[in-house]
Design a protein around this ligand. Structure first.
Ligand code: NAP
Length: 312
């Protein structure tokens, strides 16, 4: 799938991990505005095949020279897998961003990289860009170390730190809280959700608006990116269920002590997103309105998919 748009007016964007949740939405929203070259593991979905575990960054040198902006969505965001397999996770989440940053000295591109709310311990919200990092799991430690290296060594860096994201899946990505709970509610499956892990959850479209702004205006800063409404997983799924009255799923709340996971989870990493609003001019809509629109879109898509299946 070639996505290069030859417009001479637009910036040239090398999108690493175009099949990711963030990358797929970035491409979908911004493909008409910029000239994209996509990179990833799946040969039939990208312009340049590249696997961080098997390939050296020098294989991308022509693409990195071509790019005005490199957006790095490569990551292992599965926090339990990072805890259990720290070495390969470090290759993706730390060594590769460092290598990109070192390459920047030769190629002089603008690097847009993603951090995570997992750099915080969750004990003292709200967290802003100036809050100290105290990660409590391996994923958070790798993200924090990458942040520090990039901030010390890159002259043209935008560090975007999204909080937990939700939205429509545009491909085969891992579930996000919306896609996971929507599927269960549609299939009338019962749900147990935690009521003590809190975030001002982020619609992925808000992140793509921020990406567009920092690319357009060449903004080399660090931003904590979140929605406005602080919500637990239980609150989030209850809001989705409110918009699917036909679902017979029973939703029960519990605290996180009942869920055994390999990696510890910080309890409340909610962000102070004032810098995002004031410098980027991006203002999220309310959680309720955003979920209402997502449910309507997902129901209409599942009806269309049903029609296509019946006609086949
Ligand atoms: N999603 C969230 O809620 C969230 C929250 C905070 C921070 N973040 C950060 O935001 C960024 C984007 O996250 P995301 O959720 O959009 O990512 P994602 O959907 O989990 O996608 C990860 C990407 O990394 C690629 N990848 C994995 N292993 C690879 C390898 N060995 N070589 C090359 N590519 C490889 C995947 O390719 P395949 O498609 O081939 O698997 C995919 O494109 C990440 O830095 C993440 O840490 C995300």
């Amino acid at each position: 799938m070639t996505t290069e748009n030859k417009s001479t007016h637009s910036k040239r964007i090398l999108l690493l991990g175009s099949t990711s949740f963030t990358g797929s939405h970035t491409l979908n929203s911004l493909k008409d505005r910029y000239s994209f070259r996509t990179v990833g593991r799946q040969a039939d979905s990208v312009d340049r095949q590249f696997d961080v575990y098997n390939d050296d960054i020098s294989a991308l040198s022509k693409d990195l020279d071509w790019a005005d902006v490199v957006v790095n969505c490569f990551s292992n965001g599965d926090v339990d897998s990072c805890e259990v397999n720290p070495r390969p996770s470090a290759q993706l989440n730390l060594d590769f961003p460092k290598a990109l940053c070192d390459f920047q000295k030769k190629s002089d591109f603008h690097l847009v990289h993603f951090s995570s709310n997992a750099v915080y311990d969750g004990d003292n919200p709200l967290y802003s860009e100036t809050s100290g990092h105290h990660p409590i799991n391996t994923y958070g430690r790798l993200k924090s170390e990458a942040d520090n290296y990039l901030k010390d060594n890159s002259a043209k860096l935008t560090l975007l730190r999204p909080i937990t994201m939700y939205g429509q899946l545009l491909g085969e990505q891992r579930h996000n809280p919306f896609s996971f709970f929507f599927d269960r509610l549609q299939n009338n499956q019962d749900i147990v959700a935690v009521n003590d892990v809190l975030v001002n959850m982020l619609h992925v479209d808000v992140l793509t608006q921020c990406i567009e702004k920092v690319i357009d205006d060449s903004i080399y800063e660090e931003f904590n990116i979140s929605g406005d409404d602080i919500v637990s997983r239980f609150g989030f799924v209850s809001e989705i269920k409110r918009h699917i009255p036909s679902s017979s799923s029973i939703v029960t709340e519990t605290d996180s002590s009942g869920f055994k996971t390999a990696a510890r989870r910080p309890l409340d990493t909610s962000f102070d997103n004032q810098k995002m609003k004031s410098l980027l001019g991006v203002h999220p809509i309310s959680l309720s309105n955003s979920i209402e629109a997502l449910v309507a879109g997902a129901i209409s898509k599942s009806l269309t998919d049903d029609d296509i299946r019946k006609a086949a």
